[in-house]
Design a protein around this ligand. Sequence first.
Ligand code: HSE
Length: 332
Amino acid sequence: MKTIRLSIIGFGAVGQGVARSILSKQGYINKQGINLCVVGIADSGGCEIDDKGIDLMGAITRKKQTGTVATCAESAFDLISNVEHEIIVEATPTNIKDGEPGLNNMLTALNSGKNVVTSNKGPLALRFSDLKEMAEDNGLFFRYESTVGGAVPIFNLVHEAMAGNTVIGIEGILNGTCNYILTRMAEERLPYELVLKEAQELGIAETDPTYDVEGIDSACKLVIIANSIFQDAVTYRDVDITGITKITPEALELASKNNYVVKLICEAGNGTLTVAPRLVPKRHPLAVGGTLNVASILTDLAGRITISGKGAGSIETASSILSDVLHIARNS
Ligand code: HSE
């Protein structure tokens, strides 16, 4: 059995989802000849470190009861740099201003010989090429499937299953919160403020929901797509962004009468990156409802492939993280 030690940096919904998935999939993982051993967990209150493996259920319970997982004074930086392990799972909240604390966590990991798996969009939207280059220079994995589309395996699909294809363009819905708001406003005629609150209660909105409704979260995801799939060294500032805050119930109603829905569509291709509300025919493959995400990928060999699924959620995001962790475990 190959033991792979990992740390979980950030123990909110996503970090806890990773812990729960490791617990529930232990039998499956062991059958692959892999033993995943979490040796450290960090949140904003401190760390828990145990080189023999942390009691994950105990950590989740303590977090719920006390608000933090901390049992020692070490910082996330100490854990990442000084505790021996192979992979860090970076799941701190997204920050698009300077990418911190996620950016520093990832750079520290790559500088100290640890592979990085992340769900954190901010650092990638600002410094994708630096992070990728540093990982390559140090012979390490840098995996980020869950940053775009949550559970939907866009990067795996393009880089593995569709290897050999040239991607001509990608369009899609990459923000579940906006999709939920637009769907509920159109179908139930509910006011914007109420459905935004619902999205927050569902746990899918960003800590600061203006990231969602102003199109910033979608733009970050588009930048990650552009860097990863089109190898364009772009950042968040290169995206033309319009959010959904100015869409009125009347506009949605008028669209519906004409058999259209309004969707916040992300488009990449021809060197341009756009996030903007668009009219989509009701029966079009991009017209998915609720919190769903969708990506439609146009390639030279395979033509158009469209995939849809859950773009947010604790366990759904953990699904992609676990797949990245297992990829590293199998190939390292
Ligand atoms: N706030 C994001 C969304 C979470 O609504 O899609 C997943 O990135």
